[in-house]
Design a protein around this ligand. Structure first.
Ligand code: TXA
Ligand code: MG
Length: 342
């Protein structure tokens, strides 16, 4: 099993930088989910990410930066709106799709001419990224970005603790920096700024309303079906799926189903929750608040998935835009038309 070390220690950060500079993969915390990182300027190291995850080569990775002055090393023709969003939301759970700089290896972008970039809002991630950039500068080189997808096997639940990363990837990672529980708990919002109109490709904690407000024009909450749209692995229907079949139902249905046993339930803490559902040993009660719910959702799903249940029943979510990002993850988790690990 890989070594898990406290990410706050400067010794751990230096070990991680040395490993990355040697082409190894490491696990690191962000405020959204844990990432599986390689040197973004080292194509051979980035190729190991795809092997470790079992991810198809044409699914692009996000490049993580410790400072926005590195943006010009990885992107070109950067629109003013990108700088405005960087100023407003970085460090934070926002990924921007921009035209890629010619030096970005094709293996990072899956051969596309755009690149996803974000500056994560977690102290350990920032310490790591800044130390890496500093090691490049002192060697007279440019760069210092980390190509990193979520640190799960392809198609599985994203990890929100260091132990989840070890459980998912084992010895494929050289070292895991422990930064505790991820604050947000679901993946970053992805906004595509490489086209005429900004469009959200993946909803997250930062909403279309927030982006629209800062930009002073409407940001589309959903990419329309568009043949020019790049492939996004998170847009496969079966993504984020547990192994146990998952069904979205109302609380009344959960009440009837638990009488038969053999199922687990994820519900929201509301006054009208049936008492039997509340008391059932395999019910997990999450907060009736989208931020708090997101914080716990993947962890609870992962725990119940390992419990040997016939089915996981999840109480339907409110039809409100605040719940959009979780709704998105939930419907993917419930979708089983596509086989696992595709
Ligand atoms: O919160 C997050 O974004 C986490 C943490 C680790 O930063 N990362 C993450 O990475 O979720 P990943 O690889 O699991 O998901 C990134 C998504 C994928 O669906 C990928 O297809 C999409 O971003 N993506 C990356 N580059 C892209 C590009 N150039 N154009 C369109 N989509 C892109
Ligand atoms: Mg992922």
């Amino acid at each position: 099993m890989p070594e898990i070390v406290p990410g706050q220690s400067s010794d751990a950060i230096h070990r991680a930088v040395s490993l990355i500079n040697a082409g190894a993969l490491i696990g690191f915390p962000t405020e959204t989910v844990y990432g599986l990182a390689a040197d973004a300027d080292n194509p051979a190291a980035v190729a190991h990410i795809f092997a470790a995850k079992g991810r198809p080569a044409d699914h692009p990775l996000i490049v993580h930066l410790g400072a926005d002055d590195l943006l010009t090393h990885y992107a070109r023709e950067i629109p003013d709106e990108a700088w405005i969003l960087a100023e407003a939301f970085w460090p934070g759970p926002l990924t921007m799709i921009l035209k890629k700089a010619l030096t970005v290896p094709d293996v990072v972008t899956g051969g596309q001419d755009t690149v996803g970039i974000r500056l994560p809002g977690h102290p350990v991630a920032l310490a790591l990224l800044r130390a890496l950039a500093e090691s490049r500068r002192s060697a007279g080189q440019q760069g210092g970005g980390l190509a990193a997808p979520s640190a799960n096997r392809f198609g599985r639940i994203s990890p929100t603790t260091a132990q989840h990363v070890a459980d998912e990837l084992g010895d494929a990672v050289a070292l895991i920096l422990d930064g505790g529980d991820c604050r947000v708990g679901i993946e970053s919002t992805i906004v595509d700024l490489s086209r005429d109109l900004p469009v959200i490709l993946r909803p997250g904690a930062i909403t279309a309303e927030q982006l629209s407000l800062v930009l002073g024009r409407t940001v589309q909450a959903h990419a329309k079906k568009d043949e020019r749209a790049p492939r996004v692995s998170g847009s496969l229907a079966s993504h984020y799926a547990p192994r146990t079949p998952l069904k979205v139902v109302d609380a009344g249905m959960i009440d009837r189903q638990i009488a038969r046993g053999d199922v687990a339930a994820i519900v929201r803490d509301t006054d009208d929750l049936p008492p039997r559902v509340r008391q059932y040993a395999s019910t997990r009660i999450l907060a009736n608040d989208p931020m708090d719910y997101a914080h716990d959702f993947y962890r609870v799903l992962r725990e119940l998935d390992g419990g040997g249940y016939r089915q996981i029943l999840v109480q339907a979510l409110p039809q409100h835009s605040e719940w959009l990002a979780i709704q998105d993850r939930l419907s993917r988790a419930a979708h089983r038309d596509l086989p696992d690990n595709t």
